[in-house]
Design a protein around this ligand. Sequence first.
Ligand code: ATP
Ligand code: MG
Length: 311
Amino acid sequence: MAGAATEAGAAEHAAQDAVVPGSHPRAESLRMRHRLVRGFEDGLVAAEGLLAHGRGEALDYLLGEETGGAARQACRAAAAALCSSDRPVISVNGNAAALCAGQLVSLAECTGSALEVNLFYDSPGRRGAIAGRLRRHGAKRVLGLDPERMAVLHGTDSARRMVDRDGIFAADTVVVPLEDGDRTAALKRAGKTVITFDLNPLSRTAQAADISIIDNITRAISVLLEECRDLAGEDGGDGRSGRGGGAKPTAAARIARNFDNEGNLAQAVRQITGNLGRLQGMRAAASGGDGAAATAATAPAAITAHGPRPE
Ligand code: ATP
Ligand code: MG
């Protein structure tokens, strides 16, 4: 019976996707919404998670819905940090699992990271559903499920303070996609290197993290994976080959250490202001003003129709 319901849900989901023509300018964005709604129906995503996605969508719009040069550089630094860490952990919430569970599992495998479920709107049912999704995508071990193994991360009052003793509690580097600012600050105070995916360069999370990838997780996760495979000598390797004292970890550690998050965030903000400047120019032109002059005055040189191209 449950299997039949799941099949019916999958069919309905496929039908929703089919409604969106591939030529629709925001087809991928609409498919993302479908994935989240389905994640909500399957018990992975909290209702509030749908709203959080909306906040992200607005920022994605301003970023031009593409991976800019700043995000690519941040992915390179994040890969370097992960490949040179001893105990990396990827924290997974409902939105992240609904959007890209398979790629999160691949990232964990490639970098030797643990996967831990950690939720703001917590419940055993949601934890179980997210762990189930990760396992279906090949995760062998998922942390954050055993109440006996939990410890308190001081400095935050939300449910996210409960972390796995073998996971985030003992980690040196933590990837926190779509995170709340409180816990990011608490993780920093606990001495962790924090990597985040966040569409908002102004969020407390983006500002507090060591490496903030300002991009939609659905796009940037592939870039990060590529960078990790590259750094770990993954052209056929197992992701651990680059770890453990060779030349690559040293080079990787240097790339991570030299990363300037503040400068990178400023570059992401320029991506947004560049797009806004372009629109300002279009408005000025429409109202008979000197659109070209307005654009030149407000936008950096390399603005294209969808924001700056990757460098
Ligand atoms: P902060 O607590 O860090 O100040 P916030 O309170 O504005 O952030 P939260 O709801 O705590 O926002 O966290 C959700 C964050 O996730 C938002 O910054 C939003 O931009 C980001 N986000 C939502 N969807 C995505 C996505 N698909 N990819 C990357 N980031 C996303
Ligand atoms: Mg928040």
